[in-house]
Design a protein around this ligand. Structure first.
Ligand SMILES: *[C@@H]1O[C@H](CO)[C@@H](O)[C@H](O)[C@H]1NC(C)=O
Ligand SMILES: *[C@@H]1O[C@H](CO)[C@@H](O)[C@H](O)[C@H]1NC(C)=O
Ligand SMILES: *[C@@H]1O[C@H](CO)[C@@H](O)[C@H](O)[C@H]1NC(C)=O
Ligand SMILES: *[C@@H]1O[C@H](CO)[C@@H](O)[C@H](O)[C@H]1NC(C)=O
Ligand SMILES: *[C@@H]1O[C@H](CO)[C@@H](O)[C@H](O)[C@H]1NC(C)=O
Length: 233
């Protein structure tokens, strides 16, 4: 696949046998790239409980990769009690080095009548509602994700390297006031106009007296014509 980086981020979501707690097991599978120390340190997974919750506060946790195979886990997640009760979590995978898709996953735990937990996962893109709005006639359905054997998420692309520090080229023509003016066409034009305005009368004075007088007379004549034309109206 040449240098193009194609990565797969696989999440295994498994259920714990306990009725009141759930476990989310995941895996970051880099098909083309090995998980290096950088990826390990710069990848994290945030989980927030949304919707109904039975604890005092909604659950929130952050976890990181456990090993270079990409395993991670959220354990002892509180679940709502009762038959058919559902508990919702939203998981955000984040990485400094890669943009992940989907960047938001809605995870649904459901207590079935026979006592087992059922798990669903939905692609829940950024900016979209967690649940399709009931107020809309044709609500946008969330896209279901396969949870068996794992949830597979493609990586969008490698995140661009951002430069946090810009070294300045310390030349007088590229920095400071001079650089500022030289880099702006309009400022440069203004400066040239200003210089011309200052220099032009001096040049006129330096011309021979006859020519200088002629130029001045011409200017005065034009002025008179202008005002004469205005007042004669
Ligand atoms: C990943 O690691 C294996 C074994 O350490 C190595 O053979 C392979 O070349 C590495 N792949 C990349 C893309 O670095
Ligand atoms: C929360 O619980 C109420 C009543 O128990 C129910 O009507 C509502 O649909 C639930 N909301 C969610 C998001 O499950
Ligand atoms: C749970 O859901 C199933 C299927 O939707 C339904 O048949 C059953 O009556 C529900 N049980 C309770 C206690 O609401
Ligand atoms: C419980 O019910 C679901 C479907 O309703 C089924 O897939 C699952 O195998 C059942 N589990 C047990 C332990 O019977
Ligand atoms: C400034 O820019 C010039 C030409 O772009 C380059 O040759 C020079 O090395 C730069 N100086 C610094 C300090 O970056």
């Amino acid at each position: 696949m040449f240098s193009q980086i194609v990565l797969f981020f696989c999440v295994f979501l498994s259920l714990s046998s306990a009725t009141t707690t759930g476990t989310i097991k995941g895996r970051l599978d880099l098909a083309a790239n090995n998980i290096t120390g950088f990826v390990l340190a710069r990848t994290s997974f945030r989980l927030y409980q949304i919707g109904n919750f039975s604890t005092e506060y909604p659950y929130a946790a952050t976890t990181t990769l456990q090993d270079d195979k990409g395993h991670f886990e959220f354990a002892n997640l509180p679940l709502n009690d009762g038959v058919n009760a559902t508990t919702y979590y939203v998981m955000y995978p984040t990485s400094m080095d890669f943009n992940l898709k989907p960047n938001r996953i809605l995870v649904e735990f459901q207590n079935l009548e026979n006592g087992t937990l059922h798990l669903n996962a939905f692609k829940n893109f950024f900016g979209r509602e967690n649940f399709p709005s009931k107020d809309i006639i044709y609500p946008e359905e969330l896209q279901s994700m396969s949870v068996d054997p794992y949830i597979e998420v493609e990586l969008l692309h490698k995140a661009p390297i951002r430069s946090y520090l810009q070294t300045r080229n310390v030349s007088i023509f590229s920095t400071g006031i001079v650089g500022n003016i030289l880099n702006s066409r309009w400022k440069l034009a203004g400066v040239i106009t200003l210089i011309a305005l200052v220099i032009f009368p001096i040049i006129v004075e330096k011309l021979d007296p006859e020519t200088a007088r002629a130029i001045k007379e011409e200017a005065k004549r034009k002025q008179r014509e202008k005002y004469g034309a205005v007042t004669s109206k």
